[in-house]
Design a protein around this ligand. Structure first.
Ligand code: 8YV
Length: 322
């Protein structure tokens, strides 16, 4: 009988997702749901595996790929894949897959949640009650800034960017965007207006980063960029922490160069509670939960399994990136 492909999964997954695949694969899984697999165990397991299902917190670098002499496919449970040395994997004949589309709407929901929370000071207002500060009503207490009628500037108009733009249209915002290529469909159906990066920065009331992390976008949002934004602008980042120079962001907030920020991602994750960005009342920080709904995380895992299945049954991976 033909040997089943061995799959290593770097986190404990719900059995109901794995069960349909158990007759096709020999599945080995790291024992913990929340603790990452130690690097030495990952390296040992990868040596034996035909397929790997991993998360963005695992670095799939040259050293690991060199150990992976049997490995044929890496299924990353994320749309981003900056955690993987894709060029080297490809050079070694290893296919890499990601999870596009299935998380776009959920991530756009979270982007808008952050935008609204920062604009209307939702966390501050909630803390105000918890801290028993509501003694009087006064007209400008906890007054935020409007969303309707304002201009959103979406930097990175991919699938998630377009899903954010659809929400912005519903909120009565003017939509501007910057992207490597123009998006005629979004321009036509959503009235999105293309802008050069600098133009977008000087015009937008809400600057929303949805660019993937690449060599070209690393520290894209630096001192000069924050200086160009309006002093009333709110900056939202739901893509990758390393597209922002965090020191420059902290300075821009200290100097009131921008009004507020909503951040789901950080330069080095996870952050600790002494992180300087946690010191500002006008900054809302979240622990990288862009795609974290039960429905979407389930679909992402299923898609990873479908990618592995498609590859090994010969029909081909569903969403390869290389
Ligand atoms: C991941 C993400 O879901 O998809 C991405 O690129 O950053 C998140 O949606 C999450 O971090 C799990 O790997």
């Amino acid at each position: 009988m033909k040997k089943k492909p061995q799959i290593f999964i770097t986190r404990k997954l719900p059995e109901h997702i794995l069960e349909p695949f158990r007759d096709k694969f020999e599945i080995k899984m790291w024992e913990s749901e929340d603790k990452p697999v130690p690097n030495n165990i990952l390296h040992n397991e990868v040596e034996k595996a035909d397929g790997l299902l991993c998360l963005i917190s695992e670095r799939i670098d040259r050293a690991l790929i060199d150990r992976a002499t049997n490995l044929k496919i890496i299924a990353n449970m994320a749309v981003g894949y900056d955690n993987i040395d894709v060029n080297y994997a490809t050079e070694k004949g290893i296919i890499v897959t990601n999870t596009p589309d299935v998380l776009s709407e959920t991530t756009a929901d979270l982007t808008f949640s952050l935008l609204m929370a920062t604009a209307r000071r939702i966390i501050e207002a909630s803390d105000y009650l918890r801290e028993n500060k509501w003694e009087n009503w006064s007209p400008y207490a906890l007054a935020g800034t409007d969303i309707f009628g304002k201009t959103i500037g979406i930097v990175g108009m991919g699938r998630i960017g377009e899903a954010v733009a659809r929400r912005a249209k519903g909120f009565g915002m003017k939509i501007t965007y910057h992207n490597r290529n123009r998006k005629p469909e979004a321009e036509k159906s959503l009235g999105a207006l293309y802008r050069e990066f600098d133009e977008l920065l000087t015009e937008a009331d809400y600057v929303v980063s949805l660019v993937p992390l690449t060599g070209a976008t690393k520290y894209l949002f630096d001192k000069n960029v924050f200086e160009k934004m309006k002093s009333s602008a709110i900056f939202i980042n739901v893509s990758r922490g390393q597209v922002v120079d965090e020191t420059a962001l902290v300075n821009a907030l200290q100097e009131n160069q921008i009004k507020a920020a909503g951040l789901d991602v950080f330069e080095k994750e996870p952050i600790q509670n002494d992180h300087p960005l946690l010191n500002f009342d006008n900054v809302v920080c979240l622990p990288h939960i862009g795609s974290a709904s039960v429905e979407t995380r389930t679909r992402m895992l299923e898609l990873c399994m479908e990618n592995l299945d498609g590859f090994f049954n010969g029909s081909g991976p569903v969403t390869p990136i290389s």
